[in-house]
Design a protein around this ligand. Structure first.
Ligand code: HEC
Ligand code: HEC
Length: 179
């Protein structure tokens, strides 16, 4: 048991130091983060971005997936997602410093807003209900029914909305539950 845990921990430590080793140390184009930020701190922030949005480095940076990170052009601002991420960094900082900080006058325990607070692992921070209603609008209820086991994941609110849509569009409204 401990052996297994040690093994897993060792892999995590080794893989994060490989990542850190492949990232260039002198940063040329920081406009929001402190220019003298330590490489480890920057790497951890970037890893946080990938986890919060469910993406890889290449979502924001110019580089080829699968190639070593030292072939990437991290300083380039070519990708709009990187430019958007800068706006998001400023926005998140402002939410914390200008708004949430004011609540501390009333409460000692203030949660900080982070990328993951809104994004929760997705590029577009939408609720599951919104995503599914989008699929229904674009591809129809039948497509959604075939692709996901509906009854297991629907919130009561969306179930009701879906029932109404099915009643108005399908001759046998209950069929999506049994198939
Ligand atoms: C959601 C977008 C996003 C993702 C994903 C992302 N980054 Fe970044 N990265 C940025 C932004 C924005 C900056 C610039 C920050 C600033 O201007 O202060 C940046 C800057 C950098 C820099 C500094 C470049 C320079 O010379 O100025 C490095 C190195 C870097 N990222 C590495 C990575 C690595 C490695 C990954 C994957 C583990 C990654 N990034 C994932 C958005 C992202
Ligand atoms: C208060 C909620 C909130 C927080 C906090 C937040 N975001 Fe966002 N983010 C959004 C919304 C809303 C959008 C717009 C999604 C759309 O285009 O429909 C968005 C869009 C983005 C996009 C563009 C995605 C695309 O598909 O082009 C990127 C990149 C991004 N956010 C990165 C970040 C990063 C990095 C952080 C943390 C520094 C962050 N966000 C924090 C709400 C948030």
């Amino acid at each position: 048991m401990f052996k297994k845990l040690f093994f897993v921990l060792a892999i995590i430590i080794i893989s994060s130091s490989i990542l850190s080793a492949q990232v260039p140390g002198n940063f040329k184009n920081l406009k929001v983060l402190p220019k003298n930020i330590q490489k480890n701190d920057l790497t951890n922030i970037m890893k946080g971005f990938t986890a919060a949005l469910g993406v890889r480095c290449s979502f924001c940076h110019v580089g080829e997936e699968g190639k070593p990170l030292d072939t990437y052009d991290f300083a380039s601002d070519e990708k709009t997602s990187k430019q958007k991420a800068r706006i998001m960094l400023n926005m998140t900082r402002d939410i914390n410093s200008q708004y949430l900080s004011k609540l501390s006058e009333f409460s000692n325990h203030i949660e900080k807003v982070e990328c993951v607070t809104c994004h929760r692992g997705a590029k577009e921070p939408k609720s599951l209900d919104d995503i599914m209603l989008g699929v229904i609008k674009r591809k129809g209820v039948e497509y959604l029914v075939k692709s996901i086991p509906l009854t297991s994941i629907l919130s009561p609110c969306l179930s009701k909305a879906l029932e109404e849509i099915t009643v108005s569009t399908s001759p046998s409204p209950k069929s999506f539950v049994s198939t």
